[in-house]
Design a protein around this ligand. Structure first.
Ligand SMILES: Cc1cc2nc3c(=O)[nH]c(=O)nc-3n(C[C@H](O)[C@H](O)[C@H](O)COP(=O)(O)O)c2cc1C
Ligand SMILES: Nc1ncnc2c1ncn2[C@@H]1O[C@H](COP(=O)(O)OP(=O)(O)O)[C@@H](O)[C@H]1O
Length: 355
């Protein structure tokens, strides 16, 4: 169990239901990405915090209500069920630390990690509700997305959850599927013969969008920029020799990487102490194998446009703004240098207009 705290706010992270703070108002799901759809699912459990903000749709709890204040809680599976079934680790849009940061910024008080194992995957929908939600988490309210499935072989639906929870007088909010409305014409039906189902905001759509380098769309679906957060580690020290020093980022092993190539980015240099604010900068980033210098492994490196000091050992948050071009093998370092110069000019222009 860990308690991640910054600026006085914290998220209680419980690695099992036994360590959870109770009673709870629970949003259930995998929530990889904490995208706009996820945020809608989490919203109803935030409203129940302390009972002051209203209960559900603006409704207030009666003053003499016997219900105690609940902890706004996200309950998720960790590791990801995909890993349990395939034995393969899955790259995530929001690895655990990043997920905690995102939940914290939404106002979630607690994250409960359910270890997805044989025992949990064998629970029937009835057992899941009774043991996990009622007995262990003392759940007072539940919110799920319309396509939520649970219990053995994912046999329980959101409607089943509503029926099962009603036996314990627990209200369940079923949040409708959110779509990327920017994509849809006024009738909301189809674009190029695609149905609104294809525009459903989902983790897999965001992964696909990032793989295609469509960063503006990913930003829209997430409700914020896609970010890469990591520690600056030494590289081969070639950057300085060509006039473009690059901070090499060490990312969490399970972080999902977007399309290889060059990006215009915004960079936040995190401060080591809480009393100094983080520094903002603009930059160009390359994700790739650096074929021009016969690089072998994949690296993520960022050149800051207005910076000349040391960055080793610092933590950077890189916000992706726009994909500029694929990585190329240049005939010489001179040619690479000219191209990076051009990348910086293009990025400056983009970053001065994009908010
Ligand atoms: C904006 C930008 C664009 C880049 N584009 C390419 C590229 O197209 N091809 C390539 O081989 N390397 C590219 N690189 C990577 C450089 O080869 C790398 O920064 C250089 O080798 C220095 O790396 P080092 O300081 O980690 O040793 C790019 C780097 C940056 C910052
Ligand atoms: N504008 C800048 N952008 C990125 N890093 C910079 C910048 N100015 C100075 N640095 C420093 O230079 C280092 C990168 O220099 P470089 O020669 O590319 O070495 P390395 O191969 O270790 O990344 C960064 O880690 C940082 O400490």
């Amino acid at each position: 169990m860990l308690n991640l705290s910054q600026n006085g706010c914290s998220v209680w992270v419980a690695s099992s239901t036994k360590l959870a703070l109770t009673p709870t108002a629970v949003a259930l799901g995998k929530f990889d990405g904490v995208h706009l759809g996820h945020q809608k699912v989490i919203q109803p459990v935030l409203q129940s915090v302390g009972n002051e903000e209203g209960w559900g749709d603006g409704e207030k709890l009666p003053e003499n209500s016997p219900q105690k204040p609940t902890y706004s809680t996200v309950v998720t599976f960790h590791p990801h069920p995909h890993e349990f079934f395939t034995g393969q680790p899955r790259a995530l849009l929001t690895p655990l630390d990043e997920k905690v940061q995102q939940l914290r910024s939404l106002g979630v008080e607690q994250l409960v990690l359910l270890p997805f194992d044989k025992e949990l995957s064998a629970l029937s929908p009835e057992e899941f509700v009774e043991r996990i939600l009622v007995q262990q988490l003392q759940c007072q309210r539940i919110s799920v997305g319309q396509d939520f499935c649970f219990g053995q072989k994912r046999t329980g639906t959101a409607q089943d959850l509503q029926i099962l929870a009603a036996k314990y007088k627990i209200p369940v909010t079923i949040v409708p599927i959110q779509t990327d409305t920017n994509d849809l014409p006024a009738n909301g039906k189809s674009v190029n013969n695609t149905s609104s189902e294809d525009h459903r905001i989902s983790t897999s759509l965001i992964r696909q969008t990032l793989q295609e380098g469509d960063i503006q769309r990913a930003t829209r679906l997430l409700g914020r920029p896609y970010t890469l957060t990591g520690l600056v580690i030494p590289g081969q020290h070639l950057g300085k020799t060509i006039g473009f020093p690059t901070a090499n980022l060490q990312l969490p092993k399970d972080k999902f990487l977007p399309r290889q190539g060059v990006y215009a980015v915004r960079v936040i240099i995190l401060s080591e102490t809480s009393d100094t604010p983080p520094t903002q900068n603009l930059g160009v980033m390359n994700i790739g194998n650096r074929p021009t210098v016969n690089g072998t492994d994949s690296s993520v490196e960022v050149h800051l446009l207005n910076w000349s000091a040391d960055l080793y050992g610092k933590n950077l948050v890189v916000q992706l703004v726009k994909f500029l071009r694929p990585e190329q093998k240049f005939p010489s370092l001179e040619a690479l240098k000219s191209q990076i110069q051009l990348d910086c000019t293009v990025a400056r222009e983009i970053l001065s207009t994009e908010c």
